[in-house]
Design a protein around this ligand. Structure first.
Ligand code: UDP
Length: 323
């Protein structure tokens, strides 16, 4: 199939593109390279440099590619930043995304796979979180993704554009070739790895007074290759659905630091900082639905190999993509 991938130069989009190409699909990547990197573009893909806010450009690019499906990764995805700059989140994740939906309808695209997030649930009333729990986001990032989910359902009802909403928990790890490199790194695992590489002095823990066993926030980490596999399975979905995507096990910030320490063999000094605004204490996925309906099963359900793959990539690329 020909798949049109937005954000294919970013962390998740680059590895999903790589896996699509490995599986024999044709890929066109559309990316503005603000968050993504030219070196993260798979050389087998066709690349169009552009911004989703440029309506003519995206309509033209989708019309030229005439893809069977669109995978929409391009977005801003930082909880903390969304609490200080909500405008960026609503403009890029909602308003600019509508240009892509219109481009899909004009070009007669039948399927749309959307990178959504567990942040749409806010602070859930229980974990594991299944798809029937109410979505009450507690930060603009989560709300921007929920708004786009709702818009997608109207595009299905009115235009017959089938959507699959994949609500990611915490993507982590790397493939052989591509990994996680943000110009300003805020994510937990790469930040701790930077300490192990001697690039940062200490790991920071954002709050240790949460109602969790060790007081630090709990997240469910999923290997990026398992996440990519779910996108491949989503191509087969025949009707619009939402699926949670995580491994079903939660790890606290302190536990993640311990595992990086074990994998790297480097002691990691830590400093406890104030909590980060907009952070729910505990997010763990109930992924039964995607397992039963699409046959997804994680190849890397444990955190150790996930962190090993991230560590291997960062050791090979201590300065990331170097741009
Ligand atoms: N976190 C932390 N120190 C860091 C980065 C993150 O304590 O240097 C915490 C953050 O507050 C959250 C968890 O680690 O509870 C995961 O954060 P990340 O930014 O990796 O992903 P998010 O869950 O926000 O998408």
């Amino acid at each position: 199939m020909h798949i049109f991938v937005t954000g294919g130069a970013g962390y998740i989009g680059s590895i999903c593109s790589e896996e699509l190409l490995n599986a024999g699909h044709e890929v066109t990547i559309f990316d503005n390279l603000t968050e993504g990197h030219r070196k993260a573009l798979d050389s087998r893909a066709t690349f169009v440099e552009g911004d989703l806010a440029d309506r003519e450009k995206i309509i033209g690019a989708v019309a030229t590619a005439k893809p069977a499906a669109i995978m929409h990764f391009a977005a801003n995805a930082l909880v903390g930043e969304s609490m200080t700059n909500p405008s960026k989140y609503f403009r890029n994740n909602v308003a600019a995304g509508i240009n892509l939906l219109d481009a899909a309808v004009e070009a007669g695209v039948k399927k749309f796979i959307f990178s959504s997030t567990c942040a749409t649930y806010g602070t859930p009333e229980r974990v594991p979180i299944d798809e029937r729990l109410p979505q009450h986001p507690i930060n603009p990032y989560g709300l921007s993704k929920l708004m786009f989910e709702q818009i997608l359902d109207w595009y299905d009802k009115i235009h017959g554009l089938v959507n699959v909403k994949l609500r990611y928990f915490n993507a982590a790890g790397a493939s052989e070739q591509f990994g996680e490199d943000h110009r300003i790194e805020t994510h937990l695992i790469p930040n701790i790895i930077k300490v192990a590489l001697g690039q940062r002095e200490k790991a920071e823990i954002y709050g240790d007074k949460y109602a969790t066993p060790d007081g630090t926030c709990i997240r469910d980490y999923i290997h990026i290759l398992d996440l990519a596999a779910a996108h491949m399975l989503a191509l087969k979905a025949e009707k619009s659905e939402a699926y949670n995507l995580g491994c079903g096990e939660g790890f606290s910030v302190r536990q993640v630091i311990d595992i990086v320490q074990k994998v790297s063999g480097v002691p990691i000094p830590v400093e406890v900082k104030p909590p980060r605004a907009g952070d729910p204490p505990r997010l763990i996925s109930g992924s039964h639905k995607i397992m039963t309906q699409l046959g997804w099963k994680p190849r890397f359900p444990r955190l150790l190999p996930i962190i090993e793959s991230a560590w291997a990539w960062h050791q090979k690329h201590p300065n990331g993509y170097g741009d």
